[in-house]
Design a protein around this ligand. Structure first.
Ligand SMILES: [Zn+2]
Length: 305
């Protein structure tokens, strides 16, 4: 469907209005009672998740595609950067690149051009992808520390929010899986009784390694691995995460057929509430550490009709 220029403006305005309320408390002196906010952005085929802590610290995990010749849609310029600006974000305290595939790393260099970054956490999987190399080059030029986390590490973000690294499980020089997805940085973010597990593109192999560590996986919300493909979110892994809400980040009618119907029906049968960026648009979760609310923006196609 072709969306006219005027429709695009209306859509942008509605999206900004929908998230605009979140901007109010993003000042440096945000009240201690402010909630944790998590926004899984609708970046078409890709993944991008923003965390804003009660004290206004920010963590951005991935930024969708970056407008290369292989992936012409530029998620950073069309979605991620406008979203960050509309929320009043002035700095990315922690940037995470789950792995060097274009649909995750692609938009990160453009975000780095617009916002200062405190520290970059990277999977450490070496890759020739243009935007991955550009991200590392920009980090070098700007003297942004680059870290390669492994299971058990904690990522410092905010004193009331714990960011626990679940994967990769092995140091960079001891990993042999040739699939970058299975080197994804997987984190569990905890705020009081609320928790959010972000899987990157982890597939069954990495899930098994994470299971073998015995780490606590139980989470209120799961941003499912590899866009809901059938090679991810295995039975045992899902049973231990046991989420109430599952988010699937996928592009409408994408060429990979993500998410796989079998995976979706399996997760739904397990009783999880499923939110899909291709159906629901941006998915926003706020939590005070006890309860949580899930909201979403309407999808673009519905707005343009
Ligand atoms: Zn992906």
């Amino acid at each position: 469907m072709i969306i006219s220029r005027s429709h695009k403006a209306v859509i942008t305005l509605i999206v900004l209005l929908a998230v605009g309320g979140l901007a109010i408390s993003l000042s440096a002196d945000a009240a201690a009672t402010d909630p944790l906010r998590v926004i899984v952005m609708n970046v078409s085929q890709g993944d991008s998740t923003l965390f804003i802590t009660p004290k206004g610290k920010t963590m951005l995990i991935d930024a969708g595609q970056g407008g290369s010749k292989y992936a012409p849609y530029d998620a950073a310029r069309t979605t991620v950067i406008p979203m960050l600006q509309s929320l009043g974000v002035e700095k990315i305290d922690v940037m995470v690149c789950t792995h060097p595939h274009e649909d995750h790393v692609g938009g990160l260099p453009a975000v780095m051009e617009e916002f200062p970054v405190g520290v970059l956490y990277d999977s450490g999987f070496d890759h020739t992808a243009t935007n991955y190399q550009k991200m590392l080059e920009m980090a070098r030029d700007r003297e942004i520390p680059v870290k390669f986390p492994v299971t058990g590490d904690l990522i410092p973000l905010c004193d009331s929010v714990t960011v626990q690294v679940l994967g990769p499980t092995l140091p960079v020089n001891r990993r042999y899986d040739p699939n970058p997805n299975n080197h994804s940085v997987v984190v569990r973010v905890k705020y009081g009784d609320f928790s959010f597990l972000n899987s990157g593109d982890a597939e069954h192999e990495l899930e098994s390694l994470i299971l073998s560590t015995g780490a606590r996986l139980k989470s209120t919300v799961l941003n499912t691995g590899h866009h809901g493909s059938r090679t991810a979110t295995g039975q045992e892994f899902f049973a231990l995460v046991n989420p109430e809400v599952v988010i699937i980040s996928a592009g409408k009618r994408n060429r990979f057929d993500h998410p796989h119907w079998d995976t979706v029906s399996r997760l739904r049968k397990a009783g999880a509430r499923i939110m899909r960026t291709d159906y629901h648009g941006h998915v926003m979760i706020t939590s005070d550490g006890e309860s949580y609310q899930v909201t979403s923006t309407p999808v673009l196609e519905e707005l343009s009709e």
